[in-house]
Design a protein around this ligand. Structure first.
Ligand SMILES: [Zn+2]
Length: 119
């Protein structure tokens, strides 16, 4: 059965899982924009449409992760957010929340290559 955002979104999710896999379980949940914003703990007043939360062991290794994607978004935007959040899932060598480290840029590029069918 298709998820909240339907087949194209699910195909993107499947491609990312297959082509850029990780060793730990990753759950994807769609929820309200209000909840994603609250979980994001953003203090700048902006709404948040996506968030990745990774549980780590004491050594800092990922145990499991949840990707939250807000509901009621245009489907295309929801897919772009999924691509962004998957970059956090595969990101290594930096804390997963950070975008400034080069490791995010590399991870994000890899996810985009999968999304546009180049990998
Ligand atoms: Zn991010």
């Amino acid at each position: 059965m298709a998820s909240y955002y339907g087949k194209s979104f699910d195909d993107t999710h499947r491609d990312l899982r297959i082509k850029l896999p990780v060793e730990f379980p990753v759950r994807l949940e769609t929820t309200s924009i209000k909840r994603v914003t609250k979980l994001s703990d953003a203090d700048n007043g902006d709404q948040s449409y996506g968030l990745t939360v990774i549980d780590e062991d004491k050594a800092g290794n990922p145990i499991n992760a949840i990707i939250y994607i807000a509901r009621n978004l245009p489907k295309e935007l929801a897919e772009y957010i999924l691509v962004h959040e998957w970059a956090h899932i595969i990101q290594t060598g930096a804390k997963y929340k950070e975008h400034g480290d080069y490791s995010f840029g590399i991870a994000y590029a890899k996810c985009w290559r999968v999304y546009i069918g180049e990998d």
